[in-house]
Design a protein around this ligand. Structure first.
Ligand code: C2E
Ligand code: CA
Ligand code: CA
Ligand code: CA
Length: 274
């Protein structure tokens, strides 16, 4: 059986050929894309239980390619990183987020995801800071970073983040608890919040280890005086469990799917906050 498995891995199948040509076509479509036109954003509510309102939205990129149709960020973000065009996408996303934020109440913030190449590049971080600065005050744009994103050069990442903090942005450490996020970064980076990964929320009702990790993370945040956000809440049971452990800021399908700008405005009006 071992021999067979090894043999199979070496055979280049039709399926492999198909995937390869899809990647090639995607690379081509990405390199020739008019990003300002083809990239758009959806907004997913972040609900604060203590304040009983939506205090912000995560900004999620979508790509509608005239060649390929809709491509998931799970596919095109890593590809854009490999091809060195992610910073263009980040900036397109940020420009859109800034224009949306002008339509939202001043108490509502938007969180934009940064990638490794943004944090590792002084030029990219300066371009991001410039966009935030030009949008004027009060600043309502926050950023999410992952460990993979800071692994390259933590000192440079730190410097770029301080510039954003100085402009009034807050920094969240995303996907906390996964291999991509760890205590070194909590220690070394100027963070305002931690986002607990969906995998822990998924298991909060069934797995004592996940509950223990969540409890410890909430303690950590409390002791550091930073906030803790939970992502991927889908059921009332998960919400109840998180509330029981002391969680307050929630993001997930239970509170709202990623939605268009117009829907986000309506969503806030429905709460009486708009
Ligand atoms: P992420 O930063 O962890 O974003 C959360 C993902 O979880 C989003 O997927 C969101 O739609 C999904 N999600 C939210 N609530 C639920 C839920 O209750 N259940 C389930 N099953 N899923 C939920 P999405 O939009 O497909 O994005 C996937 C990933 O792509 C993001 O993960 C992020 O890493 C990356 N991404 C998206 N937009 C951007 C961007 O503008 N820049 C960068 N660098 N990365 C981005
Ligand atoms: Ca994120
Ligand atoms: Ca996340
Ligand atoms: Ca995640």
């Amino acid at each position: 059986a071992k021999h067979e498995a090894r043999g199979r891995a070496l055979v280049f199948t039709d399926r492999d050929a198909e995937n390869l040509s899809r990647v090639r076509r995607m690379e081509h479509a990405l390199l020739t894309a008019d990003l300002d036109k083809e990239i758009h954003i959806l907004l997913q509510p972040q609900f604060d239980i203590a304040l009983n309102r939506t205090t912000g939205f995560e900004v999620l990129a979508r790509w509608r390619s005239p060649i390929l149709g809709d491509v998931s960020p799970v596919e095109f973000i890593p590809l854009a990183e490999r091809m060195g065009v992610i910073s263009k996408i980040t900036q397109a996303v940020l420009r859109k987020a800034l224009s949306v934020s002008a339509r939202l109440p001043k108490t509502v913030r938007l969180s934009v995801n940064l990638s490794a190449q943004d944090l590792g590049s002084t030029t990219a971080m300066e371009a991001i800071a410039k966009l935030v600065q030009e949008a004027g005050k009060p600043c309502r744009i926050d950023f999410e970073i992952t460990e993979t994103a800071v692994m390259g050069d933590i000192a440079r990442a730190h410097e770029g983040l301080l510039a954003l903090l100085a402009l009034g942005s807050r920094i969240a450490l995303d996907d906390f608890g996964t291999g991509h996020s760890s205590l070194t970064h909590v220690q070394k980076l100027p963070l305002d919040r931690i986002k607990v990964d969906r995998s822990f929320v998924n298991e909060v009702t069934s797995d004592p280890t996940s509950r223990a990790i969540i409890k410890t993370t909430l303690d950590l945040c409390r002791n550091l005086g930073i906030s803790c956000v939970f992502e991927g809440i889908e059921t009332e049971q998960q919400l109840d469990a998180l509330l029981g452990l002391g969680g307050t800021v929630m993001q997930g399908y239970l509170f709202g799917r990623p939605m268009s700008e117009d829907k986000a405005v309506e969503h806030l009006k429905g709460e009486g906050a708009g």
